[in-house]
Ligand binder design. Structure first.
Ligand code: ADP
Ligand code: MG
Length: 203
């Protein structure tokens, strides 16, 4: 946990107390844009706390069959917000826990903008895919990899050279974050190396 979260289901609101002023400012920057795939901003205290709409949703990591095409479209929308010297607004923490699916509305939501950065959009996509590479079988991973990438490429460009260069760096970042957050690694997926190999090359 990077912050304190108070979920008030009855009041349909969530209070997030950010750990740093910078994290708070980053959250506010995105929440103030009123994006359709982000919970609505209800209030903030100008220092470290935001109040946002409660989404009655399931983290996508708990779904049997997340719709990777729709999730790719969330990245397209976020990355389309702003563009600076080849870099785009990136979530920079594309952990599946930061994505919720609301069964009632069939909508996907993105959360947690405390770490967003201008970065190469490929880094967000690779980081996101690494989570699935660590849990799926190779045949399943290959399928969702293509679904996700093709949906993204329908709207935005992926630079294949940038992609290949970023993969090793993103693997290092992913592995060190996992160790930090989860401490003990879950049972190692025997397909992980194959999945990371599939992930390395993009047509
Ligand atoms: N608006 C919301 N509606 C429903 N659940 C939320 C909402 N905001 C946060 N959560 C839940 O709280 C968790 C932590 O919130 P998050 O903003 O990701 O904080 P952290 O910085 O601690 O990761 C999320 O993974 C999600 O399960
Ligand atoms: Mg989070």
């Amino acid at each position: 946990m990077k912050s304190n979260i108070i979920i008030q289901k009855g009041k349909k609101q969530v209070i997030k107390i950010c750990r740093s002023k910078k994290g708070f400012q980053k959250e506010l920057y995105i929440y103030k844009k009123n994006l359709s795939f982000v919970p609505r901003l209800l209030d903030h205290n100008g220092v470290n706390t935001i109040m946002i709409e409660y989404i009655e949703g399931i983290p996508i990591s708990d779904l049997l069959q997340p719709d990777f095409k729709k999730i790719a479209e969330l990245f397209v929308e976020l990355h389309s917000l702003d563009f600076k010297k080849g870099k785009r607004v990136c979530l920079n923490d594309s952990n599946p826990k930061n994505f919720l699916f609301c069964k009632k509305t069939r909508k996907y939501y993105m959360l947690d903008f405390s770490e967003w950065e201008y970065d190469y959009p490929e880094s967000d996509l690779i980081h996101f895919l690494l989570f699935w590479a660590s849990i799926y079988r190779a045949s399943k991973f290959k399928k969702i990899f293509h679904q996700f990438i093709n949906a993204y490429k329908n709207s935005l460009i992926i630079n294949p050279i940038e992609w290949e260069m970023l993969v090793p760096e993103m693997i290092l970042k992913f592995d060190s974050r996992r160790m930090k957050f989860f401490k003990i690694e879950r049972k190692v997926n025997p397909h992980i190396s194959k999945n990371r190999e599939i992930l390395t090359y993009i047509q």
